[in-house]
Design a binder for this molecule. Structure first.
Ligand SMILES: [Zn+2]
Ligand SMILES: [Zn+2]
Length: 277
């Protein structure tokens, strides 16, 4: 009875469809999973549909990408009311901002002599939320770089000539949005953020959990963030951050928490109110 609470699907930058993720989770014998796509909840309904009647619990989730003082901060939200019209509206605005950014990057690349069309990138992105990983693949496919990683390094990373900053929200707003939607806000992979000093501020704002169990966390980080959870009374969560084969993340079910954690998150979301219970 274990749960993997951090998984990406084709609705964002993962390579497995929500249905494939459900099939994989069942094959691994997991009791619950959460699909936590970047800035979108479009993968949730197909996953819930696919999991119906199988005994696998599908925890509605999302991972909001935010920026604070030059640091990327990811906020997970569980059991949020993903169907709320205002929330759908918020996500569609984020989507528009992503599309605008991709067009701006393509203009910069064009100035560098790399001519790619928006349609090419759109094709690679499929139903996913379009972004730099897709542009990287198109650059490599067109022969301007040896691999998507090389394309990212040469053109797309911060300070590279094709870089365009994101129009992003801040983590405090993200926490507000998740709470407003009746969800439980959790700070994703604090070890990657590298700004432990922000944790008390996030707690004050309403963060309810820390993603302690994460593939790239060292045993020392796990011990440290478990300590933070005890100190601030936070829920310990965890997940694989699975993106699909070929990505630098381990398989579904490789990083889990007990089913009890899912029950706690559900109870907390009921306390917050407003979400899908
Ligand atoms: Zn993340
Ligand atoms: Zn993630």
């Amino acid at each position: 009875m274990v749960a993997d609470l951090h998984i990406h699907s084709t609705a964002s930058d993962g390579s497995y469809s929500p249905q494939e993720i459900v099939a994989e989770a069942l094959a691994c014998g997991l009791s619950a999973i959460s699909i936590t796509d970047h800035d979108t909840v479009e993968g949730l309904k197909p996953a819930i549909e696919a999991a119906r009647g199988t005994g696998l619990e599908l925890v509605p989730g999302v991972e909001l990408n935010t920026d604070w003082e030059g640091t990327e901060v990811h906020i997970l939200g569980y059991y949020l009311d993903y169907d709320a019209p205002w929330l759908q509206n918020f996500f569609s605005k984020l989507k528009q901002a992503r599309e605008k950014r991709v067009r701006a990057i393509l203009r910069k690349l064009n100035d560098l002599g790399i001519s790619l069309s928006y349609e090419q990138v759109e094709k690679v992105a499929g139903s996913g939320s379009i972004g730099r990983p897709h542009i990287a693949r198109v650059i490599a496919d067109a022969g301007y770089a040896s691999s998507p990683e090389d394309a990212f390094e040469q053109y797309l990373r911060r300070e590279a000539p094709g870089y365009v900053p994101r129009q992003s929200i801040d983590p405090f707003t993200a926490i507000d949005i998740i709470l407003e939607a009746g969800g439980v806000p959790v700070l994703a992979h604090p070890g990657l953020m590298g700004r432990d000093d922000l944790i008390p501020e996030f707690v004050e704002k309403g963060i309810i959990g820390l993603e302690v169990f994460y593939p790239k966390h060292t045993p020392e980080m796990i011990a440290k963030y478990s300590w933070y959870c005890r100190k601030f009374g936070l829920v310990i969560t965890g997940g694989s951050d699975f993106h699909g084969p070929g990505f630098d993340y381990p398989p579904i079910g490789s990083c889990t928490v007990p089913q009890r954690t899912v029950e706690i998150l559900k109870l907390l979301s009921q306390k917050i109110g407003g979400g899908i219970k």
